[in-house]
Each structure stands twice: as structure tokens, then as C-alpha cells.
Ligand binder design. Structure first.
Ligand SMILES: Cc1cc2nc3c(=O)[nH]c(=O)nc-3n(C[C@H](O)[C@H](O)[C@H](O)COP(=O)(O)O)c2cc1C
Length: 128
């Protein structure tokens, strides 16, 4: 098997679907397949924070899982995500969610005194 060296990696996508059905309150769901949306949010956020800290913020992290609002996206950015991705939020709220997240992010950044998303990346992570 080809060995993957760390220097070949530019970033990480955190995370993806979960198969942990214990996290779901609704029991009437299919037995097969992965689960998306809010169920994944905390798992993804923990992974973003862990990888950002472990790699000292040197890699691009794409935060994904349970983003339905500007606050959700902002949380991932503050934990170390440089970019965010979403699917389930758009399924429920439609494509206008993207512009409302962008508009809301500008407000959240301003409120905290940041001039750009770049300034907010990883600010909730303590490296010590
Ligand atoms: C309909 C659907 C199709 C997906 N297809 C893929 C896929 O082909 N490859 C992949 O890595 N993840 C796939 N995912 C997982 C998403 O990329 C994402 O990691 C996951 O849905 C969590 O984000 P969300 O809560 O915003 O949906 C899919 C998710 C959904 C809902």
C-alpha cells in the first residue's frame, strides 16, 4: 500500500456521516446507512478542534456536519475550520441558506471585532 506522508496532505475534511444510532432520539430510522445533520454536529466540532490543536493550525480544515445557521458555521470557524460545507441544512432550508449564512457571518465577525474570517479561525483553541 502506498504510504501517505504528512507533507502530501494539504488539509482535512471534518467530518462526515455517523453510524452511531445511539445519538438519535427518533428510533424509527432505517437500520442501514449514515446519519447527517445535527446528530453529527458535536462529533464534527470535537474533531475540528482536535485536529486544529494537534496540527498547530497548520492545515486547512473543512468543517462539515450539522450546519443550519450562521452561528453553526461560525462555531466551526472559531474551532479551526477555514472553510465550511453543508448538505442537510440546504435540504431542509433551501439554497438561500448559503446567503443567509454569509450575511450572518459578517455580523458575527463584526460583533467580535474581526475584519475577516481568517482572523477568527481557531480563536477558541488554546494551544498550551
Ligand atoms: C444525500 C447525501 C449524500 C452524501 N454523499 C456523500 C458522498 O458521496 N461522499 C461523502 O464523503 N460524503 C457524502 N455525504 C456526507 C456529507 O458530505 C456530510 O459529510 C454529511 O452529510 C454531514 O454534513 P451535513 O450535516 O451538513 O449534511 C452525503 C450526505 C448526504 C445527506
Amino acid at each position: 500500500m502506498k504510504q501517505i506522508f504528512f507533507k502530501d496532505i494539504n488539509g482535512f475534511v471534518c467530518s462526515n456521516l455517523t453510524k452511531n444510532r445511539n445519538l438519535v432520539i427518533e428510533k424509527n430510522i432505517p437500520k442501514e446507512g449514515g446519519i447527517s445533520g445535527k446528530v453529527v454536529e458535536n462529533l464534527a466540532n470535537d474533531m475540528i478542534a482536535h485536529i486544529y490543536k494537534k496540527t498547530q493550525g497548520k492545515y486547512t480544515i473543512i468543517g462539515v456536519g450539522g450546519i443550519f445557521s450562521p452561528e453553526d458555521a461560525y462555531k466551526k470557524i472559531r474551532l479551526g475550520a477555514s472553510l465550511v460545507q453543508l448538505i442537510t441544512g440546504m435540504i431542509f432550508q433551501g439554497p438561500q441558506l448559503i446567503s443567509s449564512i454569509n450575511i450572518g457571518l459578517v455580523e458575527l465577525l463584526k460583533k467580535d471585532g474581526f475584519n475577516s474570517i481568517k482572523e477568527a479561525i481557531g480563536v477558541d483553541i488554546n494551544f498550551s
